[in-house]
Write a protein that binds this ligand. Structure first.
Ligand code: ADP
Length: 500
């Protein structure tokens, strides 16, 4: 914010801007005022001069009329000597006496001079004449005497130009003083203006007590800082989640690997009796299957994280058909656990990735079978319903990153265009149920309510995390309805595809 650095970057400085503006204004004011005042002063002085000279001429005329003797003329000559030019002209215009020359007869006839002519006509005449050189002007005042002759006084004064010329130096001096003053003033002004700006606390822009003109700027800075902070927090959160996830993945991988290498070592050392070999091989097989599901789930999740599914074109997916296919794929597991799986409802279509829809339904049905009791059931129903309220993601713990991911996801554009109808999937089981304080937690990565049971049923702890992620990816919502001891229902809602 310092002026120095601004200048270094070739920017305009506030101080020079203020300086130039104030200086231009001040100079203009000084010049205009000087011209106006000079004019006023000059012309009023000229008027006064003319009047004064005329009064003197009248006095002289009165005196000469009283006693028109040569001695009086001499008195006049003395009185005006060195002060004004004194001229006596007879009725014919011949110069009888002129104080400016010892030989008046050499002067031309003055009868046609304007002030003389005016005096002959009206008794008095006053005229100001500019001399040829324009350096001076002369005021003439003529008065007609009783005997027909004329007395004339003339006074030479500076012309307007030379009067103005004599003012050039003082005006220039005051201009120079003005430049200096304006320079100092603009520096001081800039310093005063900049002081509170330099002292701005940008960490809390709105707490600054400064010019109200700066408020919009401060509000903008504040907004941007908030955004930056949110983004940073989001980044930090994502980063720590990634770290946790990697740590968890490695940890989850270690266990089956240890089991596998342990059994393999026993077999290599010949410590396993041949009749037990199938059993050990089976254990190794189970562990490697567990590792395989883990790796598959991790891959699915990281594809979802990287929005890699955006590359897939959104296609209409028949949810009922997919549900039936997943149920039959899980038939063996259901049989093993003596759980009856049934799928029913209508052929409702949603837009999205068929792979992800399969993944969601597979995980839900699988969970319904695994967290159940022998003789229990899993019922999946697909329906199309009028949306009770629009999809709201904000209150579903969706991160801004995920939200924007979804907004720009391939499914979203079509979802907006789609009707307010929803495809609703309900997966109900007769399992142990989930306590309400765990309804959110079960969707976290690697969260398992009962570690041992989940592990022994082949769970990775990632199933529901994938389901939730995939639901959000499809602009859908997921809801858990469950009471301990009474089973669980997962309700999934998606925007229905208009095309069938
Ligand atoms: P897992 O691989 O452990 O099943 P999930 O993410 O699929 O991981 O589920 C997380 C936890 O939620 C499970 O460990 C389980 O405790 C609980 N859970 C999931 N589905 C059900 C269900 N249908 N009934 C009861 N508990 C469930």
């Amino acid at each position: 914010m310092a002026l120095g650095s601004a200048r270094n970057r070739g920017m305009r400085s506030l101080s020079s801007k203020i300086f130039r503006t104030v200086l231009a204004f001040t100079l203009a004011v000084i010049v205009v005022m000087s011209l106006v005042l000079t004019g006023i002063y000059y012309f009023s002085a000229e008027r006064d001069g003319e009047a004064r000279l005329m009064a003197q001429a009248r006095d002289a005329a009165a005196y000469l009329n009283d006693s028109p003797s040569d001695s009086n003329v001499e008195v006049m000559k003395d009185q005006f000597a060195g002060l004004v030019r004194f001229t006596l002209i007879d009725a014919e215009g011949n110069v009888l006496y002129d104080s400016s020359t010892p030989d008046p007869s050499a002067l031309e006839n003055h009868g046609d001079r304007p002030e003389i002519a005016a005096a002959e006509q009206a008794g008095t005449g006053a005229v100001t004449r500019f001399s040829d050189t324009l350096r001076t002007d002369t005021v003439y005042a003529a008065v007609l005497l009783d005997d027909g002759s004329i007395v004339r006084l003339a006074e030479t004064r500076e012309s307007l130009l030379s009067f103005a010329g004599s003012l050039v130096a003082p005006i220039a001096a005051s201009l120079a003083a003005a430049v200096l003053l304006v320079l100092l003033l603009s520096r001081a002004l800039t310093r005063r203006i900049m002081k509170p700006i330099d002292a701005l606390d940008f960490s809390r822009p709105l707490d600054n007590d400064i010019y109200e003109e700066m408020n919009p700027l401060l509000v903008r800075i504040d907004e941007q800082q908030r955004q930056l902070k949110a983004q940073n927090e989001e980044l930090a959160r994502a980063e720590s989640m990634r770290r946790d996830f990697s740590a968890n993945v490695s940890h989850e991988m270690k266990t089956p690997l240890q089991v596998i290498s342990g059994y393999a070592e026993l077999m290599r050392g010949g410590l396993v009796p041949p009749e037990d070999t199938p059993k050990f091989a089976g254990l190794i097989y189970d562990e490697s299957q567990a590792m395989r599901s883990l790796i598959n789930d991790v891959l699915t999740l990281s594809r979802l994280d990287e929005t890699a599914f955006e590359g897939d074109a959104a296609v209409p997916v028949d949810v009922l058909t997919v549900a039936e296919r997943m149920a039959s794929r899980l038939e063996a597991l259901a049989g093993e656990r003596a759980v009856v799986v049934s799928v029913g409802g209508v052929h409702a279509f949603m837009l999205g990735s068929e792979t992800l829809v399969e993944e969601m339904l597979y995980n839900l049905i699988e969970n319904g079978i695994r967290y159940n009791h022998a003789g229990g059931s899993v019922e999946v129903s697909v329906s199309e319903e009028e949306a009770a309220h629009p999809f709201a993601h904000a209150d579903r713990g969706l991160s801004p990153q995920q939200a924007s991911q979804m907004l720009h996801g391939q499914a979203s554009a079509q979802a907006v265009a789609a009707s307010q109808r929803q495809v609703v999937v309900r997966a109900r089981d007769t399992g142990p149920g989930i306590p309400s304080d765990k309804h959110e937690k079960i969707f976290e990565r690697f969260y398992r309510m009962e570690k041992s049971r989940s592990k022994e049923t082949g769970g990775t702890g990632l199933g529901l995390a994938i389901v939730k992620h995939a639901v959000l990816y499809h602009n859908g919502t997921i809801e858990v309805q469950s009471e301990v001891g009474k089973g669980t229902t997962f309700v999934l809602r998606f925007p229905a595809a208009s095309s069938r």
